[in-house]
Design a protein around this ligand. Structure first.
Ligand SMILES: CC(C)=CCNc1ncnc2c1ncn2[C@@H]1O[C@H](COP(=O)(O)O)[C@@H](O)[C@H]1O
Ligand SMILES: [Zn+2]
Length: 348
C-alpha cells in the first residue's frame, strides 16, 4: 500500500527528458513479448536489474541486446511504445521526450524509416486516447556504429523534423560509452545542430573522457546526459564545468541507473549534489525504467530522501524541468499553467 509520501511523488506532475524506449519496457510488456516469441527462450531475469542488484556497464549493455531480440517488428515497437507512454502518463509524467535508436532488422523487414514512423504512430495513438501527456521523440545515434551511420541517422532525423508535425524535436547520442569515438561523430552532430535538431548528448558517463567531452561541449549541446565525470572531484576538470555553466546546458541525471551501472558508488555520492548546489539546471530522469526497475516518482523520492529536499524544493525541481524541454515556448507556457493548476491538489 502507498503511504502519504509515495502519494505525493506519484501525484507530482513531472517532466521526463531522458528515457530510452527499449530500456523503458515494463515487466508486464516483457511478459507479452516473451509470449509472442517463446522460441527465443528468454527469461524475465535477463531483461531487468532488480532491487539492490548491480551490474558492470558491459553486463548492462548485454541486457539491451536481449531486449532488442524481443522487439524486432513494427507490431512489437508499436506495443512497446504505447505501453511505455501509458505507463509514464500513469506516473503523472505530463511531458515526455522518448529517445530510441532506429534499427533495421532484415529478417522481419523492419527498416529504420518504418521504425521511426511506428514510434510516431504510437505517440499519435496515445494522443487520440486522450492521455494527459505531451510526447516528443529524439532520434538516437548509437556511437558504436561509427560516423557514416551517424550521418545517415541525422539525415533521417532531419526529414522527420520537417514532416512529423513537431513530434521529432532532436537527436540523442548514446550507446556504450567505452566503445567508439565521439570525435569522429562531430560532423554528423554539427549538421544536426545546423538543421535545427536539438542535441542531447551522453557525456562523461565514464571516467577519462576529458578530451571527447571538451570537443562535444564546444558544439555546444542543448542538454547533457549524465555528465557523471565532468567535475574535478571525480577526475573531470574546471574547464569542462565552466563550459557547462557558461552555456547553461541542463543536465539529465539518472540516479538509479548510475548506481546499478556502478559508475557512482552510492546515492549520497551522486553528482546531483554537486550541480544542484551550484543552482545549475538539473533534471531528474529514469534513463531505462524497465531495465533498472524504477519509475520517475521513485527517482524524485530517492533524490529528496538522499539530499534532504523539502516538498517545496521537489516541486520546484519538477517545475524547473519545464524550461529544459525541446518543444517550443508555447508548450512550456501550457505546462507551466498545468503545474499552477495542479499545485493545490498535490499539496492538499
Ligand atoms: C549500461 C547502463 C548503465 C546504461 C545506462 N546508460 C546508457 N548509456 C548509454 N546508452 C544507453 C544507456 N541506456 C540506454 N542506452 C542506449 O539505448 C539503447 C536502448 O534503447 P533503444 O533501443 O535506443 O530504444 C541501448 O542500446 C543504448 O544504445
Ligand atoms: Zn541514457
Amino acid at each position: 500500500m502507498e503511504n502519504e509520501a509515495d502519494v505525493f511523488y506519484r501525484q507530482l506532475p513531472k517532466v521526463e527528458l531522458h528515457a530510452h524506449l527499449n530500456g523503458s519496457v515494463s515487466s508486464h510488456t516483457i511478459e507479452k513479448l516473451i509470449d509472442r516469441k517463446p522460441h527465443l527462450n528468454i527469461e524475465h531475469n535477463m531483461t531487468a536489474i532488480g532491487k539492490g542488484q548491480r551490474r558492470t556497464l558491459d553486463e548492462c549493455f548485454q541486457v539491451f541486446k536481449v531486449i532488442h531480440q524481443l522487439v524486432d517488428t513494427e507490431e512489437d515497437i508499436l506495443m512497446v511504445a504505447t505501453d511505455v507512454i501509458r505507463e509514464f502518463a500513469a506516473d503523472s509524467v505530463k511531458y515526455l521526450e522518448l529517445r530510441s535508436t532506429p534499427r533495421e532488422e532484415k529478417h522481419t523487414g523492419l527498416t529504420k524509416r518504418r521504425y521511426i514512423e511506428t514510434v510516431i504512430r504510437a505517440i499519435q495513438l496515445c494522443k487520440e486516447e486522450g492521455l494527459d501527456i505531451d510526447v516528443r521523440f529524439l532520434v538516437a545515434i548509437d556511437r558504436r556504429n561509427g560516423p557514416q551511420v551517424a550521418m545517415e541517422t541525422v539525415e533521417l532525423a532531419e526529414e522527420f523534423l520537417l514532416s512529423s508535425n513537431g513530434l521529432v524535436v532532436g537527436l540523442d547520442l548514446s550507446g556504450d560509452p567505452t566503445v567508439g569515438d565521439g570525435k569522429s561523430l562531430l560532423p554528423a552532430l554539427e549538421r544536426a545542430k545546423n538543421c535545427g535538431l536539438k542535441l542531447s548528448l551522453h557525456l562523461s558517463e565514464v571516467p577519462s573522457q576529458l578530451e571527447e567531452s571538451d570537443l562535444l561541449l564546444n558544439l555546444p549541446p542543448d542538454r547533457i546526459g549524465h555528465g557523471t565525470f565532468l567535475h574535478p572531484e571525480v577526475g573531470g576538470s574546471q574547464i569542462l564545468v565552466d563550459k557547462v555553466l557558461k552555456n547553461n546546458i541542463p543536465l539529465e541525471l539518472c540516479l538509479t541507473s548510475n548506481i546499478k551501472g556502478q559508475t557512482v558508488p552510492c546515492y549520497s555520492k551522486h553528482h546531483f549534489k554537486y550541480w544542484y548546489q551550484l543552482g545549475h539546471p538539473s533534471v531528474i530522469c529514469t534513463d531505462d525504467k524497465g531495465v533498472f526497475s524504477t519509475d520517475l516518482s521513485q527517482e524524485y523520492q530517492l533524490a529528496a530522501s538522499t539530499f534532504g529536499l523539502s516538498r517545496e524544493a521537489v516541486w520546484k525541481l519538477s517545475q524547473q524541468a519545464i524550461d529544459c524541454i525541446f518543444a517550443p515556448e508555447a508548450v512550456k507556457q501550457q505546462l507551466k499553467q498545468k503545474w499552477t493548476d495542479l499545485q493545490p491538489q498535490v499539496f492538499q
